[in-house]
Design a protein around this ligand. Structure first.
Ligand code: GCU
Length: 614
């Protein structure tokens, strides 16, 4: 007995330190746009380092912190005889934010390490202020050094992270900031080696120097009580860092003439209050309220919408009404410039196209998109499916890989848990069914539910084909653990012809809402012919005519679709030299930002649905 209890104690301690380590790395500063910050966007100098010479010596040993040949240390010779074999000069500069692949032909296929260097001056307003370096996203592994001191490392290509800058590492002038970025793919990462999208590397989103008071508001959740979604009760919390002197925090919503005070216990305040008569957020009326969170030393403001989302049997209920999702899948990519999207203008282009289609929902595939997308979706009234890149053949048997997936899930939810637009957290896409995989995915679904009980959880599931009755069933075992049964189907493109849609039937054993998270066919923009000629716009138009006719025969629990995909995007897996040439052309919009014929077929379908739902 004794032996067992001691080993259980050891396991418990191990688990605690692992979780606390993961949590400690995730103390993300949220709502960074509303914080006092200095933008470090702009030109950074770089060194391309495929052999990681700046990180390993010639015996491939990791260089010591003070190693003068390490690329995180000064590149300026001490004297005429001081041999430096690395250096940062303006001739080799690159824009931040932005992937490197699209900024210079030599980077198009590059997968490896690039060292970035930025010099900046900074003086704290108050000596007691805390300083953080914040990255919107860096793909994939990041190591950050300031004036030769390591600030930290991060893995994951699509979620934000920040490192505190100790006073000892900061100078008033000419701070030497070095960021090592490595976008090599590995089997044990998230995503894994094989994806159907371009492996854009680099500092792909904003970089901020954030200055915060000694005691500051780190994060907060302010959402309607999921247990009483039709009510007007707000539940949540405010998390602090540093000593909150008067142990009080206030939540103010000026438009509703509401101001409430709550006690801070330790580093957190539980908040709970009822809203007076208010306008719920919805696609038709995307009402956002300015919410002010303040304590004695800090204050943050942001616009928050209040709505509820739930399922009731086979129905999807937004606020108090069943809703049909007129969706579209989107990659974070600007087709005309074949690059990662990162700016407000990029978000306006992509979501503007979705609105033109008549969408009320977007599936931001297959990874968390820039925060500007979810904030703009709040304003435009677009519901969001947000997803971590647990895509295809992840190593489901590894606990380490599960921890990596959970960390990305936690970072995605922490960043966007106040976004009314986000209604679904997806933990993956088209993962091959096995017991190991189902346990891995179940664990992610449970984490998402625990992290955020106010939203639905999903994943794009697998389909089984029964040739007898031309029946396709979604009975993926993971269906038991999701709120909405979502699946991808390409009937008429990967198998069959568009006519196959006429005889096809769909069913699921799960008494839950059914959602088609992908369907699609390729068309090279501007290539025309008769509709039976593959790759023509006419073929893709016919494909959607047949698919839409089939959608009108879907079972009663069918609640929507997000066809694949808004715009053509780059993929190293698409190598038909005439009709693809490194592009996946399933977009409704082509590589030049031009609408294909199928755009108007989908638009007409959504218009019809909107009219029948009036
Ligand atoms: C898959 C996958 C997408 C991919 C698409 C396609 O379902 O989810 O990422 O691009 O199909 O084959 O075009």
């Amino acid at each position: 007995m004794k032996r067992k209890s001691s080993s259980a104690l050891v396991f418990g301690l191990l688990l605690f330190f692992t979780i606390s380590k993961v949590q400690a790395q995730n103390d993300l500063i949220t709502n960074t746009a509303a914080r006092q910050s200095l933008s470090l966007n702009g030109k950074w100098e770089y060194i391309i380092d495929p052999y990681e010479t700046g990180f390993y010596d010639y015996r491939f040993k990791e260089r010591a912190a003070g190693d003068r040949e390490a690329y995180w240390n000064s590149d300026v010779p001490d004297n005429k005889l001081d041999r430096k074999e690395h250096g940062y000069i303006s001739k080799y500069s690159i824009n931040v934010p932005g992937d490197w692949n699209s900024q210079d032909p030599k980077f198009k296929y590059y997968e490896g390490t690039v060292w970035y260097k930025k010099s900046f001056d900074f003086k704290k307003k108050n000596p007691s202020d805390k300083l953080f370096l914040y990255f919107g996203a860096v793909n994939y592994r990041t190591d950050v050094y300031l004036n030769g001191k390591k600030l930290g490392s991060h893995k994951g290509g699509f979620t934000p992270f920040n490192f505190e800058i100790p006073d000892s590492a900061l100078k008033d002038e000419a701070n030497f900031l070095i960021v090592k970025v490595d976008n090599k793919r590995y089997a044990d990462e998230i995503p894994t080696l094989n994806t159907d999208w371009w492996n854009y590397g680099g500092i792909t989103r904003d970089v901020l120097l954030i200055s915060l008071p000694k005691a500051y508001i780190k994060d907060y959740v302010i959402q309607l009580n999921p247990k009483n979604p039709a009510g007007n009760e707000v539940l949540g919390n405010v998390k602090f860092d540093g000593p909150v002197a008067d142990k009080m925090v206030s939540i103010e919503i000026p438009e509703l003439k509401l101001k409430k005070q709550f006690k801070v216990i330790g580093n957190e305040a539980k908040i709970n209050f009822t809203l007076p008569k208010f306008q719920r957020w919805s696609p038709e009326m995307p009402k956002l309220y300015e919410v002010i969170v303040s304590c004695q030393t800090d204050q943050v403001k942001e616009k928050i919408g209040f709505r509820s989302i739930k399922t009731e049997g086979i129905q999807l209920i937004l606020n108090d009404k069943p809703i049909f999702l007129r969706g579209i899948s989107i990659h974070s990519e600007i087709p005309q410039e074949s690059r990662r999207a990162y700016s407000q203008k990029d978000a306006e282009q992509l979501l503007g196209w979705a609105k033109e289609l008549g969408c009320n929902m977007v599936r931001l595939a297959h990874y968390p998109h820039d925060e500007k997308m979810t904030r703009l979706a709040d304003s435009l009234g677009l519901m969001v499916w947000s997803e971590i890149p647990v895509y295809w053949t992840i190593n489901f048997s590894s606990q380490k890989v599960l921890q990596k997936a959970k960390k990305q899930l936690d970072e995605m939810i922490t960043r966007d848990h106040n976004r009314a637009s986000v209604i679904i957290w997806s933990v993956g896409n088209e993962t091959p069914v096995s017991e190991t995989r189902t346990n891995f995915m179940k664990s992610l679904l449970a984490t998402a539910k625990k992290d955020d009980p106010t939203r639905l959880v999903a994943a794009a599931l697998e389909v089984n084909y029964h040739s007898a009755e031309n029946l396709r069933t979604i009975d993926d075992p993971l269906g038991e653990f999701v709120d909405i049964v979502a699946f991808n189907q390409y009937l008429g493109w990967y198998g069959g012809t568009p006519e196959s849609c006429r005889e096809a039937n769909w069913a699921t054993k799960y008494k839950k809402p059914l959602f088609i998270s992908e369907t699609g066919a390729e068309a090279l923009g501007g290539y025309h012919g008769d509709r039976t000629t593959l790759w023509t716009e006419e073929f893709q138009e016919w494909f959607y005519q047949e698919q839409i006719a089939m959608l009108k025969r879907m079972p009663a629990n069918f609640v929507g679709i997000s066809p694949w995909i808004l715009a053509d995007f780059r993929s190293p897996r698409r190598n038909n030299p005439t009709y693809q040439d490194g592009w996946n052309n399933k977009g409704f919009i082509d590589q030049n930002g031009r609408k294909k014929k199928s755009f108007f077929i989908l638009k007409e379908y959504y218009k019809e649905i909107q009219q029948t739902q009036k």
